[in-house]
Design a protein around this ligand. Sequence first.
Ligand code: ADP
Ligand code: MG
Length: 393
Amino acid sequence: MNKKTVRDIDVAGKRVFLRVDYNVQFDEGEILDDYRLRESIPTLEYLIEQGAKTIICAHRGRPGGKVVEELRNEPVAKHLATLIGREVKSVTDCVGPEVDAAVAAMQPGDLLLLENVRFYAGEEANDPQFAKQLAALADVFVSDAFGTAHRAHASVVGVGYYLPAVAGFLMERELEYVGRVATDGEKPLAVILGGAKVSDKLAILKNLVDRAALICVGGGIANTFLRAQGIDVGASLYEADRIQDAYEVMRLASSRNDLRLLMPTDVVIADAAGTRINTVSVNRIPPGFRILDLGRRTLEDMREALAPMKTVVWNGPVGFFEREPFDRGSIEVARMLADLVGAMTVVGGGETAAAVAKAGVAQHISHVSTGGGASLEMLQGIMLPGVEILRDK
Ligand code: ADP
Ligand code: MG
């Protein structure tokens, strides 16, 4: 990676503006998934060790530029304190007298979490005045907010116009793995695509197809590919206006003998009520039934095809994984990646990461990205504004 990191600058005794992505959900005060918080701990610990005064900036949800009580950052500070085993102070604003006083009182090694930065309209508008106010709190800007790096917001990009900007360790890791897959991962490369919308995934394919040796399609998007093959998908969702695009991918794959496109051959289907569930060949989908997961034969073919791969990237669940038993395919794909030895395995996408967590194999995958939209854009070859702003080495 050619971006400077927190290791490349002196942070000792300095005030650090640390942008993180702590956009997490709570249910009756209980945090649902603290993966993003845990992933930010190495940077926090390093800053503490170095004796920096760390001012943490984060957003939650979409308050739309005004205060929304349920989206305050205070519960995040509390949970973070339990994870890191030390005090995390929080304030009820992002700028202004309360914040100035809290920052002035900070000692080396202290952590202070600002209020939800999206309570200010200037955040999403990347208002230079707001960015300048945020920047005035600190001496340097460290960004670990990979999950928000595709947004040109004041605390993600704007602050970098006023302060030297470098990557935190999470950002570094994300750029290393997602960035490497997007540009020059070791070959042979496999791309597993699922999820609901073909259009999102086609842009990934466009960027990766030249280097790919294997493309596996599953999930809702596979239905569009099956339609392009002339298969009757019953009541399954598919995108009629994308059939042509799917057909082009199929044609490309058959014209290149170093590229294999693995399509579903058997699928799990259900009727409208979801009570009659069956596994059938793709040629035998009864009217009124919907495809909701990959069948066992397809999954076995996939496992075999993946075996010789050196880099595997997976984006999009291969089935309706939120509902049992249609989570089996996605859990099986997560296991396949976990079982691949000697391959770099990268998972991008919010729902895909949730499927990996459900399978319980995240620690056996090289990298599970914390950024849904950000990893998607990066895999599409798009340069993220929150990365661009960081200083080059
Ligand atoms: P990610 O967030 O990982 O990028 P997507 O947002 O592209 O993934 O897609 C995830 C959604 O796709 C999930 O909600 C999942 O239920 C849905 N999905 C996958 N396969 C199917 C299917 N066969 N039928 C209906 N929905 C599906
Ligand atoms: Mg999604």
